[in-house]
Ligand binder design. Structure first.
Ligand SMILES: *Cc1c(COP(=O)(O)O)cnc(C)c1O
Length: 389
């Protein structure tokens, strides 16, 4: 970069990848409904079910939601948490994971993450269990799977429900099986910052068939409207607690197009992820920064490319230089156990030293489907200059 006129490199750029325009226009031109649970919702749900369960012995069902936040709220409601019950989760996650628990008057019990994947450290879960623990909520950070074999084994030993915050996990796998199929319930996000998008949007995967009927009621404002539309009851009425968790048909139509083209888009994104990874290998070899290291058995989706600066001071300096250069490089979570609401509503278990350390050093680099190799080179060249200083 030789002058100040170099173009900005955006951190994210929501991208149309398929038939989004056609499908949304189909809804707008009618006459089918624009409200929720119409034909595009059914098609998008079927597409998600095909992606999640095509090769699985255990088949579940998917309901679209207005966001992953809404899906998590549904999940904690379906888990039947009682006031004072505890749910184990990482502190290194988005507020919505914990909010869903607190909205049930239950307590988020924060556990530290692994230094390599930044995921809930499965070796610390058992010691965080108390007589009030009801569930374990895992978060697949950056689309890299948590150690689901170990976590499901602990949960089975203690009779706990497993809920997956798979907000970042679409098109990612653990030992070859899609994320979102390991917990009793799983939440996905289609927010415009995720890999598969619909502006705002989400879905809940219900992998325990015993929970599906109640899930459909909670989803439709606590009514049995889904059963009514199937002709199973002759009128619908208020039968349980619930809320309005279903998205409109424009959102579902947009999402369907994204899902149809999602596998190819994920491959393109992964190629960019690997390009960063290769270009930054020499800096890591010289001990100047740390790259992500997803385990071989976690088939990730390239959701986030991050680096860890040597310390918080270096990170502040690097972020200032990125801002100066017009490059959208950003930090990620402020650990929830030290956030104001986390201190008020939650309970840390142990020191959470890894969480505090990585949260203070992490920088996410620009990564989206419109990112060019030239822009990636600029990001890498700046990092080379900063790290070598
Ligand atoms: C993005 C995200 C959410 C929230 O998703 P929305 O669809 O914006 O509600 C929740 N948890 C994690 C881990 C996320 O990355």
């Amino acid at each position: 970069m030789t002058d100040g006129a170099a173009a900005r490199v955006d951190f994210n750029a929501p991208t149309l990848i398929g038939r989004e325009r056609d499908y949304v226009l189909e809804v707008l031109h009618g006459p089918a409904t624009q409200a929720g649970n119409g034909r595009f919702t059914k098609r998008a749900q079927a597409a998600l079910e095909e992606l999640l369960y095509a090769d699985a012995a255990r088949r579940g069902g998917v309901l679209l939601t207005t966001s992953c936040t809404a899906a998590l709220e549904m999940g904690m409601l379906l888990a039947e948490l009682q006031p004072g019950d505890e749910v184990i989760l990482p502190s290194f996650t988005f507020a919505s994971t914990a909010n869903a628990i607190v909205l049930r008057n239950a307590v988020p019990a924060f556990v530290d993450v692994r230094a390599d994947t930044l995921n809930l450290d499965e070796r610390l879960v058992e010691q965080a269990i108390t007589p009030r623990t009801r569930a374990i909520c895992v978060v697949h950070y950056a689309g890299v799977a948590c150690e689901m074999d170990a976590i499901n084994a602990v949960a089975a030993r203690h009779g706990l429900m497993v809920i997956e915050d798979a907000a970042q996990g679409m098109f990612a796998t653990y030992r070859g099986r899609p994320l979102g199929t390991f917990g009793a319930l799983s939440a996905f996000s289609f927010h415009e910052t995720k890999n598969i998008i619909s502006g705002e949007g989400g879905a809940i995967a219900v992998n325990d068939p015993a929970l599906m009927q109640r899930a459909e009621i909670v989803w439709e404002k606590g009514t049995d409207r889904v059963r009514f539309k199937r002709g199973l009851v002759d009128k619908y009425t208020w039968v349980d607690v619930g809320s309005s968790y279903l998205p409109n048909e424009m959102t579902a139509a947009f999402l369907l197009a994204q899902l149809e083209a999602g596998e190819g888009a994920t491959h393109r994104r992964l190629a960019m992820w690997r390009r960063y990874h290769d270009l930054l290998a020499p800096l890591e070899a010289r001990g100047l920064l740390t790259r992500p290291c997803p385990p071989m058995h976690c088939g990730h989706n390239g959701h986030i490319y991050f680096v860890l600066a040597p310390d918080a001071t270096a990170r502040a300096r690097w972020l200032a230089a990125f801002a100066e250069a017009g490059i959208g490089a950003v930090i990620h979570y402020v650990p929830l156990h030290s956030a104001p609401a986390g201190r008020r509503f939650g309970r840390p278990t142990g020191e959470l030293a890894v969480t505090d350390d990585v949260a203070a050093r992490l920088i996410r680099l620009p990564l989206h489907l419109q990112l060019t190799p030239e822009a990636q080179d600029r990001v890498v060249e700046l990092l080379e200059r900063l790290a070598a200083r």
